[in-house]
Ligand binder design. Structure first.
Ligand SMILES: Cc1cc2nc3c(=O)[nH]c(=O)nc-3n(C[C@H](O)[C@H](O)[C@H](O)COP(=O)(O)OP(=O)(O)OC[C@H]3O[C@@H](n4cnc5c(N)ncnc54)[C@H](O)[C@@H]3O)c2cc1C
Length: 409
């Protein structure tokens, strides 16, 4: 990709974690201050950024995530970002123990459901796929400080990674902070839905801008661009049909324990709960804000027009609550604060994410999507690579040949 032009008009489509973090890395690139570079991020939700998966994910940052090429850059970048911008205060950054828990649930009514949303077939979120064999470290028994699981119900517990290899962020706060820091350097946020990527077919088939419909209604408008970054998650395909990204919907809830309870110890658990005639496997994340984030399995229901139209199935949320309550008295006594659903972007042909320039479609068109269950973990590496590609003309932080759009489009 040519880096000759020093005047750049960069438009990022999508204010999820990938778009917001890309805005941050572009605005921090050494060439940003000395060049004439304008960056605009455009987000389609009426409610602002990170209303989809990037605001509703668990927030685990793991060295066992995949693909390794991105993890190697992303994990240390997460550590650096947290140190540089006080991530502990700003976005709930901390190292956290992560374990696999097996046991039985108690006091649960029959027919509490599977956690799968109505209208969809069960799908795995595939988060444990990156673990090396043997899958887990040796069984240790329940950690002494793990105060939110009933000991007697436990049949096995194994750490999933050594200390220091798993951390967490609050994904909405991280995305928000990335964009806030980028806006301090002049990045502009536009509220609108991109309907087309404009390509100048007369010259060198280069992007010339985007066309969008403002969220507050009104006529369709254009923003000129020398570079367009498509980071619209599962909606990337709506904007560019050649992008092979589909969605997996998953439900989640957050629970605040009763005020009288001790603070939830810092653990993330991947559970396998045996229930009368059934089985459930919610992921449970204790957060520094003293809430538990709990998510159920994925489903294959169809992706709606915008993030604001994603349907939440209350029965799926209640089912997740009941499963978690069956192993945790303190969370049973707690108050459910959020019941939500979102779509994680999956590359339908396997592999991914897709990261790089889609030169066969247009010069200056970059794609950064299809991060499956690891978009929170892998956002910094993706964003750093895209920023290097635009500002330096090549990616230096990693070898991302395997992820280049030419392999997928
Ligand atoms: C239940 C669940 C738990 C998860 N847990 C983790 C975890 O613990 N760790 C981890 O690393 N990952 C996790 N993930 C995965 C992670 O959430 C995603 O990979 C990541 O959020 C994808 O980010 P994104 O920016 O690509 O997409 P999104 O978050 O979907 O953002 C895309 C944005 O683009 C906007 N947009 C779409 N179309 C347009 C348009 N035409 N014009 C303008 N804007 C548009 C959308 O409104 C949206 O805001 C989880 C996902 C789920 C569902």
């Amino acid at each position: 990709m040519s880096s000759e032009a020093t005047t750049r008009n960069i438009v990022i489509i999508g204010g999820g974690i990938i778009g917001c973090t890309t805005a941050y890395y572009l605005s921090r690139h050494p060439q940003f201050a000395s060049s004439s570079t304008k960056i605009t991020l455009i987000e389609a939700s009426k409610h602002g950024i990170a209303q989809g998966a990037s605001g509703k994910a668990g927030g685990l940052v793991a060295q066992w995530a995949y693909p390794k090429e991105l993890v190697k850059v992303s994990f240390p970048e997460h550590v650096r970002l947290a140190e540089e911008h006080n991530g502990a205060e700003r976005w709930g950054w901390r190292f956290v123990a992560c374990g696999s828990w097996e046991g039985r649930g108690e006091d649960i009514d029959e027919g509490t459901g599977t956690g799968v949303g109505a209208g969809g077939e069960r799908k795995s979120l595939e988060k444990t796929f990156g673990l090396d064999a043997p899958t887990h470290l040796a069984e240790t028994g329940l950690p002494a400080d793990l105060n939110w699981i009933k000991d007697e119900l436990t049949s096995a517990y194994s750490p999933m990674a050594p200390a220091g290899a798993t951390a967490q962020v609050h994904p909405y706060l991280f995305s928000r902070s990335m964009l806030d820091l980028a806006r301090e350097r002049g990045v502009e946020l536009v509220s609108g839905k991109v309907t087309a990527i404009d390509i100048d077919k007369t010259a060198d088939r280069r992007v010339s801008g985007v066309t969008y419909t403002p969220c507050d209604g009104g006529e369709s408008r254009k923003i000129p661009a020398t570079h367009v970054v498509l980071a619209a998650g599962v909606w990337s395909r709506q904007v560019l049909p050649a992008v092979p990204v589909v969605g997996t919907r998953a439900h989640s809830i957050t629970i605040r324990p009763p005020p009288s309870a001790a603070p939830l110890a810092a653990h993330v658990l991947f559970t396998e709960i045996a229930l009368p005639g059934a089985h459930a496997s919610p992921e449970i994340y204790a957060r520094p804000s003293n809430e538990a984030y709990c998510c159920g399995p994925g489903d294959d229901s169809s992706v709606p027009d915008t993030v604001d139209d994603v349907e939440v199935d209350e029965a799926a949320c209640e089912s997740i609550r009941a499963h978690v309550a069956s192993i945790s008295p303190v969370l049973r006594a707690g108050t459910v604060q959020r019941r939500q659903a979102c779509f994680l972007p999956v590359v339908s042909t396997g592999g991914g994410p897709i990261v790089g320039e889609a030169a066969s479609i247009a010069a200056g068109l970059l794609i950064a999507t299809g991060h499956t269950c690891w978009g929170i973990s892998n956002a910094p590496g993706t964003a750093k690579a895209i920023a290097e590609l635009i500002m330096d003309g090549k990616i230096s932080c990693a070898d991302l040949q395997k992820l280049r759009p030419a392999r997928f489009l």
